[in-house]
Design a protein around this ligand. Structure first.
Ligand code: GLN
Length: 312
């Protein structure tokens, strides 16, 4: 095990050295806060299902979770209403279109198709059990912390920046409502969704979230069973289908591990039964995925032969 861990550390260090300064991409600019995050930041971390962690680069820098939060809320909805309700009410297919596409909704009679696009994520929020919106938000935040195995907190600064500019998402929430695909007040769902995107995590915490999914829903840090183990394959299948939006197929083809990105520059990947990987760097490709984050995670996956589709 010692040599396995040192080869993991070697792979993490090598990936950061190779790709931590790679060129290409640009910070998200439609959310003012994200445009101002230093573009040169780069980090990678890995946590095994036993809780051993290694990291390289700016792994303690806290950045906005953004769409990676969709995985946490999906996990909570699975606990609340079960995988069948998620599949029937939201859908579990790729849209093939950008994460905030209105056309994707129009093409499918207002059904979001996936909990990992903005429309589906807001619909997922609306499925959660709560007697009021503050309780709904608190449960979402608690799930983020439980998956990370340490407290995750809201950034008021990020939240204000997002709430002041989220008109497109508000429009999507109303469209969902008009198509009977929204199951609570649409502005409440949009508000909680916006807050869940505005929490801060470090790359180490993100690796720990991924490791909880790798460990069948049990946090390697706290030992707590955060979601039912039978829900984990459903979450991972959905990450494979839509985790990197229009680039999800390309990612499965070339890297072969379920992953989820956020426009804050984070990406997490899950190797079931083995480890969670996470990377962070703000510049994004045109689908909204971290350029360096993808390169670093892909490099570790290749070095260690982690593709789920290659069981030689
Ligand atoms: N808060 C962002 C949005 O709603 C999250 C998008 C993302 O990370 N892909 O647009």
């Amino acid at each position: 095990m010692k040599s396995e861990q040192s080869s993991l550390f070697d792979a993490v260090l090598a990936a950061h050295a190779r790709y931590g300064t790679a060129e290409g991409g640009a910070n998200a600019s439609y959310i003012p806060f994200l445009a101002g995050v230093p573009s040169n930041l780069a980090a990678i971390a890995a946590m095994t299902v036993d809780g051993a962690i290694c990291a390289a680069g700016d792994a303690d820098y806290a950045f906005a979770l953004e769409s990676i939060s969709k995985v946490c809320t999906l996990a909570l909805a699975m606990e609340d209403v079960g995988p069948d309700a998620v599949r029937e009410k939201i859908g579990v297919d790729p849209t093939g279109l950008p994460f905030n596409s209105v056309m994707a909704l129009e093409l499918h009679n207002g059904k979001p198709l996936s909990p990992l696009v903005n429309a589906g994520a807001m619909a997922t929020v609306s499925l959660l059990r709560a007697s009021n919106n503050e309780e709904r938000w608190q449960r979402v935040l608690d799930m983020q912390s439980a998956l990370a195995g340490s407290p995750v907190t809201l950034s008021d600064e990020v939240n204000k920046s997002e709430q002041a500019t989220n008109f497109h998402n508000r429009a999507i929430a109303w469209l969902l409502s008009s198509a009977d695909s929204m199951f609570c007040d649409p502005m409440d769902a949009c508000d909680v969704y916006t807050r869940q995107c505005s929490t801060l995590v470090t790359t180490r915490q993100l690796a720990s979230m991924a490791a909880t999914l790798a460990a069948q829903g049990r946090s390697p840090v706290t030992g707590r069973q955060v979601l039912k183990c039978e829900h984990v394959p459903c979450v991972l299948a959905e990450m494979t289908m839509e985790g990197l939006y229009e680039r999800s197929g390309d990612w499965a083809y070339t890297v072969g591990v379920p992953a989820k990105s956020g426009v804050g520059g984070g990406i997490m990947a899950v190797v079931p039964g083995v480890m969670g990987l996470a990377a962070f760097s703000p510049p994004l490709d045109d689908a909204g995925n971290s350029v360096r984050g993808q390169l670093m995670v892909a490099d570790v996956a290749k070095a260690l032969g982690l593709s789920l589709f290659d069981r030689r």
